[in-house]
Design a protein around this ligand. Structure first.
Ligand code: 2BA
Length: 109
């Protein structure tokens, strides 16, 4: 068994959930927060057999889009330095950040 962790943007969650359900792939959604943008995103935990992994990855790939997001970098000295003006910069977020890890043991009681 394998476990997929997929971090996706909130805008892609409904589409991805629907497609996973249609494919008979079970998932758990966890609210999460990106360390860089400090904005909300969603982490899917998907436990599945080895032969379903590629199908799940393909669904994730088709369901999640890359988007530009504006972020204002923080001054290293905080907001007390008035002579330091920071401008928003654009970063590309997503489609999805995915980790696939082996599961040593799976039980349901
Ligand atoms: P965030 O950490 O909020 O990052 C959002 C986007 O900001 C990233 O998009 C990337 O384009 C940019 N970014 C992140 N760290 C950066 C840095 N140190 N310098 C410049 N730009 C930076 P994605 O790469 O698509 O990542 C989307 C979200 O996936 C991340 O949100 C984070 O929640 C998660 N993630 C990405 N890589 C990860 C990793 N290696 N481990 C755990 N979570 C990860």
């Amino acid at each position: 068994m394998q476990l997929i962790f997929a971090i996706v943007q909130d805008k892609d969650v409904a589409r991805l959930s629907d497609r996973l359900v249609k494919a008979g792939i079970r998932a758990t959604k966890l609210p999460s927060t990106g360390g860089f943008l400090r904005a909300g995103n969603t982490t899917f935990m998907i436990g599945l057999e080895e032969d379903k992994v590629e199908e799940a990855l393909s669904i994730i790939k088709q369901s999640c889009r890359a988007r530009e997001q504006l972020v204002t970098p923080l001054s290293p000295l905080g907001n007390q330095v008035e002579s330091y003006v920071s401008y928003p910069v654009s970063v590309q977020v997503g489609g999805a950040t995915v980790f696939v890890v082996p599961v040593d043991r799976f039980e349901q009681f």
